[in-house]
Design a protein around this ligand. Structure first.
Ligand SMILES: *Cc1c(COP(=O)(O)O)cnc(C)c1O
Length: 415
């Protein structure tokens, strides 16, 4: 069993020396369990390429925005890629430096831009001519100069699920590569803007290096032309999107290979190479622990019904991903397959059909590789309080978010 895609669960049902059964007893289920050591290792992997130059990392906050994880990344020297004013506040609360923040997103509001200008973030990744002009106006009226990069759409196919493919001409992200030179010239003329970089982000759960290199090849002529014109570029940001190993698709390039390939292609251009990884830093460092509530056999199908559901982890329902799962309480007996489902009133609330797992009421099931886009996409649909979260560090588990209470569910409602 390959520990990486089982989120570190060993044959005794322990994670970094802590038993999952003890966590279920102490904190209840469903429960998100994260491993600090795995996150730090994933971070260091981006630098383990044997080259003298390093990539600058900006953790994509939306993958998992728990304050304790943000603090862990801030202490490790990582910057942050944010997509909302809420994420900016989280980063600041966690102790992240404003100068280490880059702000992406196609529809930043005036209020979000104003907050980001007020704390002097590192870079605005601008995604349209209208945004560029609005940012220039808001910076001018605040009497400040906004650092900007254009998020350029390199028109490459990341070869991933259509919902998480963002670098193609026809989707809503970024500025078309053909329009970028004129928009850069406009930005260079605006006194309230300082052009500092060129960026892109082509998609998520990408399983090859080739799309990243294709994107870079698409951007480098623009970069070279801008440098030749004397634009004060400081960085080239190749976005996030490196995938993680799963049981069904165990082969993904290593972070070190990705960094090495991109740094080599960048050559001796005088630019910092930035990446914005989310999933690859936290995905396989987390699991969702749940308990089997009932089993049943019906029209030749066998169901394993968990206390975790699509509101806790929506990716199988939304993107048809088949998670790696493990019955922590008993080994697979090899006899038949089961449909692993949750209690929510939707057929979409199915983690996997025909999954090789046996199980009985009371067993603990780990849904692995759920550290990214797990809790951050959770909702309280069906009036189910969102799960608690724990972090394992130095052989100890610590609660980093309380389980929501029922009162939390209606706290904002006006009766
Ligand atoms: C979502 C996102 C990322 C992170 O993507 P991962 O697949 O989690 O690495 C990085 N940059 C931007 C702009 C994003 O929207």
């Amino acid at each position: 069993m390959r520990a990486e895609f089982f989120s570190g669960v060993d044959e005794h049902g322990c994670v970094d020396g802590v038993s999952l059964a003890s966590l279920a007893d102490a904190f209840g289920t469903p429960l998100y369990v994260y491993r600090a050591a795995a996150m730090r290792a994933a971070l260091h992997a981006y630098h383990a390429h044997g080259l003298e130059r390093q990539v600058a990392l900006y953790y994509a906050v939306k993958a998992n925005s728990n304050l304790v994880l943000l603090r862990l990344f801030a202490e490790a020297g990582t910057g942050f890629d944010i997509v909302s004013g809420g994420e900016l506040e989280r980063v600041l609360r966690a102790g992240g430096a404003p100068s280490s923040v880059v702000f992406s997103g196609v529809a930043k509001s005036d209020a979000e831009i104003a907050c980001a200008l007020a704390v002097d973030i590192g870079c605005f990744n601008v995604e349209s001519p209208a945004e560029l002009r609005r940012l220039a106006e808001l910076a001018a009226s605040a009497g400040v100069v906004a650092p900007v990069a254009l998020r350029v759409n390199p028109d490459v196919d990341a070869g991933t699920h259509p919902y998480i493919s963002t670098g193609l001409r026809g989707n809503k992200f970024g500025v078309a590569i053909a329009d970028a030179p004129a928009l850069y010239r406009e930005a260079l003329q605006l006194p309230s803007l300082k052009v500092v970089g060129v960026g892109c982000h082509i998609g998520s759960q990408i399983r090859a290096i080739a799309p990243f290199l294709a994107a870079m090849d698409s951007l480098l002529p623009l970069v070279d032309a801008l440098l030749a014109e004397g634009a004060p570029l400081e960085h080239l940001d190749m976005g996030g999107g490196l995938g993680i190993a799963t049981e069904d698709a165990p082969e993904v390039p290593s972070a070190a290979d990705l960094s090495r390939a991109l740094l080599s292609r960048l050559g001796d251009r005088p630019l910092r190479l930035c990446l914005q990884p989310g999933r690859s830093l936290v995905g396989n460092a987390g699991l969702l622990l749940s308990r089997v509530v009932f089993t049943k056999a019906q029209s030749e199908r066998r169901f394993l019904m968990l206390d975790a559901a699509m509101n806790d982890y929506i990716r199988p329902a939304l993107y048809q991903v088949r998670p790696t799962m493990l019955n922590v309480s008993r080994p697979y007996d090899g006899a038949g397959r089961m449909d692993v489902v949750g209690p929510v009133c939707e057929t979409g609330d199915t983690f996997a059909r025909d999954f090789p797992m046996s199980g009985e009421r009371g067993d603990l099931v780990a849904i692995c590789g759920t550290g990214a886009y797990g809790f951050s996409m959770a909702s309280s649909y069906n009036s189910r309080p969102r799960p608690a979260e724990v972090l394992i560090e130095d052989g100890k588990a610590r609660l980093i978010r309380h389980r929501e209470s029922l009162e939390d569910l209606w706290a904002q409602e006006v009766l």
